[in-house]
Design a protein around this ligand. Structure first.
Ligand SMILES: Cc1ncc(COP(=O)(O)O)c(C=O)c1O
Length: 364
């Protein structure tokens, strides 16, 4: 039995008729940019998250850059974030000439250690950007408290946590602006690139909408320097179908993630992920800390079980960020976790039989 890392095939087969119908509908309508599918998606996303404004866009990366542009982040500004994330989080900061200021992670859930944020705030700090890694948020109450004390906005990089909750509130709707990704392998994924921003401030929402369409208000009247950050109608049509099934998929994700943790509870070779009591994880990745990652991944791969490493090299040690002067030892938790973290196959379509095989192979 060969197990898919993320089973997009079974998912497509399950919703095929609905998806094909909606995609064909877009082609027949020839409304490829904006239009009813995009409006429907934004209404659905707002309802799902409880945010007043849900704004669709072209990717998670663009959602992050739009958030920074809307908050007037400029060259030389400092943005506090984590070095243990996908590069896009810090890349967008650097692209604007701003400076990513890293804070190490907490070794319980691999998110930014909020107790270390305040010591990094300076007169140049413009925003705090926590990442809800692997599908679970940080303690957003604590981060918002710190931000309020210093009059700073918070941008949640919720690219991996769409559908997760913190104190009963949805990820994406926990801070000044929330940004998510609909990359195909994300908890809610489209069939190409897509993303969304969430906020509760009317003026900020209007500004984001304008910036993602070349800074236009009225057609060919440009108030801001913007980008082409629009989501296309085809992706919106696919997401509209998938959003209808998303609550069920979240339930399955939680069930499968919890079952992994229970079955691997006493396994000495690895540490299962901790999920705090006041939140849920949608397990964008089910990632474990291994005693010996190389041997374990080889045995799993040889048995037809794919694994992945999210992420082997923290951002302060990446060549692209060498100009920041980071060095080994700066962020010891991120470095340690990067050396032993490994993700197992995970999707709402992972069967009990497949999961049992993964667990049995690990235990063997
Ligand atoms: C934490 C994080 N931030 C940002 C992104 C960027 O999203 P996208 O690939 O949709 O541009 C991703 C997705 O890979 C991510 O995992």
């Amino acid at each position: 039995m060969k197990i898919p890392f993320i089973d997009l095939k079974t998912q497509y087969e399950t919703y095929k008729e609905e998806i094909n119908k909606e995609v064909l509908g877009v082609m027949e309508s020839t409304q490829f940019i904006f239009g009813p599918q995009v409006t429907k998606l934004e209404n659905g996303l707002a309802k799902f998250t409880g945010a007043k404004h849900a704004i669709s866009c072209s990717s998670g990366t663009d959602a992050l850059i739009l958030a920074l542009l809307a908050l007037d982040v400029k060259a030389g500004d400092e943005i506090i974030t984590t070095p243990f994330t996908f590069i896009a989080t810090a890349e967008v900061i650097a692209l604007l000439g701003a400076v990513p200021v890293f804070v190490d992670i907490c070794d319980m859930n691999y998110n930014i250690d909020f107790t270390k944020i305040e010591e990094k705030i300076t007169s140049k700090t413009k925003a705090i950007m926590p990442v809800s890694l692997y599908g679970q948020t940080s303690n957003m109450d604590k981060i918002n408290e710190i931000a309020e004390r210093h009059n700073l906005p918070v941008i949640e990089d919720a690219c991996q946590s769409f559908g997760a909750e913190f104190n009963g509130k949805k990820s994406g709707n926990l801070s000044t602006i929330g940004c998510t990704s609909f990359f195909p392998s994300k908890p809610l994924g489209c069939y190409g690139d897509g993303g969304a921003l969430f906020c509760n401030d009317d003026a900020l929402a209007e500004k984001i909408r304008s910036i993602l369409n070349h800074g236009q208000g009225k057609r060919y009247e440009h108030k801001y320097i913007g980008i082409n950050g629009r989501m296309d109608a085809m992706q919106a049509a696919i997401l509209n179908v998938k959003l209808n099934h998303f609550e069920d998929e979240i339930e399955k994700r939680i069930e499968i993630g919890s079952r992994y943790s229970k079955l691997l509870e006493n396994c000495e070779e690895l540490k299962t992920p901790s999920v705090f009591e006041d939140r849920t994880s949608v397990y964008a990745q089910y990632s474990v800390l291994c005693k010996d990652r190389e041997t374990l991944s080889k045995k799993l791969n040889d048995a037809g079980i794919p694994t992945a490493v999210h992420y082997p090299i923290p951002l302060h040690l990446q060549e692209a960020f060498a100009y920041l002067g980071g060095k080994e030892g700066d962020f010891p938790v991120s470095e340690r976790v990067g050396k032993s973290i490994m993700s197992l196959p995970m999707s709402p379509f992972l069967t009990k039989e497949q999961q049992d095989m993964v667990v049995a192979t690990i235990k063997a």
